[in-house]
Design a protein around this ligand. Sequence first.
Ligand SMILES: [Zn+2]
Length: 558
Amino acid sequence: MGYNMRKYLIKGELDMKIQFLGAAKVVTGSNYLITTNKYKIVLDCGMFQGSKELEKLNFKNFEFNPSQVDFLLLSHAHIDHSGRIPKLVKEGFKGKVITTKATKDLCDIMLVDSAHIQESDAKWENERRKRSGLPLIEPLYNSDDAKASLNYFNPVLYDQKIKLNEEITVRFKDAGHILGSAIIELWITENNKTVKIVFSGDLGVKNKPILKNPELVEEADYLIIESTYGNRLHEKKEERRKQLTDIINKTVVRGGTVIIPSFAVSRTQELIYELNEYYEHTEGLENFMKVPIYIDSPMAVSATEVYRDNSYCFDEESKKLILSGDDPFKFANLYYVKRQSESMRLNKESFPKVIISASGMCTAGRVRHHLKHNLWKNENSVVFVGYQAQGTLGRQLKEGIKKVKLLGEEIAVNAEIYSIEGFSGHADQKDLMDWLKGFKRLPKKIFVVHGEEESAEAFAKLIEEKLHVQTIVPALGDEVEMKDDGLTIYAGEILEPKKKKENIEKEFQEVKEEFENLVSKRDVLINEKILQKDYDQLKNKLLEVNQKLMDINMIISK
Ligand SMILES: [Zn+2]
C-alpha cells in the first residue's frame, strides 16, 4: 500500500481485525474492513479527494479481495464515503450493500454522476497522453459499472434492527449529517460472545434546518468516530443566515455576483432552505434586494428532488413548514439551472446575482467556470460554506492565494473571499463531545478517524482527558487486531503498565513451556540418531528461545 502500516494488537472478546484503509488521518476515502473468523464486513467505500497524490490512491487495488466481502455497510451517500462502490463491484464484490433508503436514492444519482466525472477525467487525460505519445488510461469506472453496483443495494429504514445472519446484526441511526446519513451499530456474535462496534459515520450539527439531530447511542465495545472538526468550534451558528444574506446584500449593492461553491447534496438544500426563510418570511425586504438565486448544478437539482421524496426523514419544523403549504425548496427569485447553455449564459450577463454551484471544494464541475469568470472582479464575492480539504482549490482560495490556475488560464483573485463556518455539515468539537457523553456504557477503545492528523490527535487527547477512554488514531493502512487470548507484547500497543506486566508474565510462561518442550524433543531425536542438519536447526531454535527468555526476564526485572 505504500503506507507505513502499524499494527496494534489488543485484547478483545473475539478474534477480530479492523483495518483502516481510508479516512484515517485524512478526511476522505472512508473505508474500513472488519474481518471476523467467518466474515468480511466493509464500512464505507469512499473516494479519496483532495491532492493529486491522495486521488491516485483511488486507482490502487483494494487491500482485500472484493469477491470475499460479505457486507458493505454504507453510512451515507457523500462520494468520499460511497464513491468507490462501483469499483468494488467491478472488481468482484458479490455481497450486500446495506444502507438507508434515502442513501440508496441519493446514490442512484450520485454514483452515476461520479462515473460521468471519471469518464470525462479519463477522456481529458487521454487527449493529453495522445499528444505526448503515452499509453492511454481507463476511467476508474464508467456509468455502466455505477448502474450495475446499484443492484447490490439493500435499503433499510432508520432504527430497524436487521439480522444479516446468525452472527451479524446491524442498526442504522440518524446521523443528522445529510439526508439518509447514518450512525451504524454492528453486533458480531461468535461462540455465544457478542461484541458491539459503532461507526459514527459523519455526525451532523444539532438544530440545523431540514434534518433531525444526530441520534444518541447508548453503548458500544468499540467506537470508530469521525473528527473532521475535532479541534475546532463552529462560531456563531445561529447567525449564519444573517452572515450569508449580509454578504449577498453587500455584494449586490455594489453590482457584484456572489459565487457559493456548495456540495450538491445537503449543503445546497440547506442554503435553499435558509434563503427561502429569508426571502419569504422577512418583513420589509425591499424587492430590489430579491436578486436571482441560481442553483447551477444538475446534481443539486436532482438531489433536491430526492430530498422532496424523502420528507419523512425531515425534522418537525420542516414537516410543519411543508404542511403549511410552503415548499422550502421554492421561492419567487430561485431558479434551477439544468442546461449547460443556461449555465454559460450566467457568465455573459453581469447583473447582480447569486450562483450556487458544485463541487463544494471547487475540484470539478460548473463552479470552476463561474470562478474563472468572476474571481478577477473585485465587486464579486465567493462564499465558502463547507469543509475545504487540503490540496483543493477551495482550500487555496480560503487561505488567501492571490492567483490560481483555472481551466488552463491564470486568474487573479480580486473578489472578496468569505467563509461561513455555521453551515458546516459536521459536528464541531463540542458537538462530538456531547454526542460521546450520550453513551451510558462507554466504549473500551475509541478509534479516531476522518480528520486531518492535527484534528484527530487533538480530539483523541480530549477524549482520554475527559472520558478516560483509551484512543487510537490510526493512519492509512493501520490495523487493529483483537485477540481473545491477548498474549503477546504488541508494537504500538496502548495498555496500562499493570496489564503490560501481566501479558509479559503470560508470555514468559509460554516461552518457558516451548523451551522445555524443545529440550525434551531434542533428547528423543538424538536417541533416534537424527541428521546433523536437523539437530543444528533445533539448536538454533533453542538458542533463539533462550534469548527471548532472557529478554523477558530483563524487562520484568526492570
Ligand atoms: Zn459526509
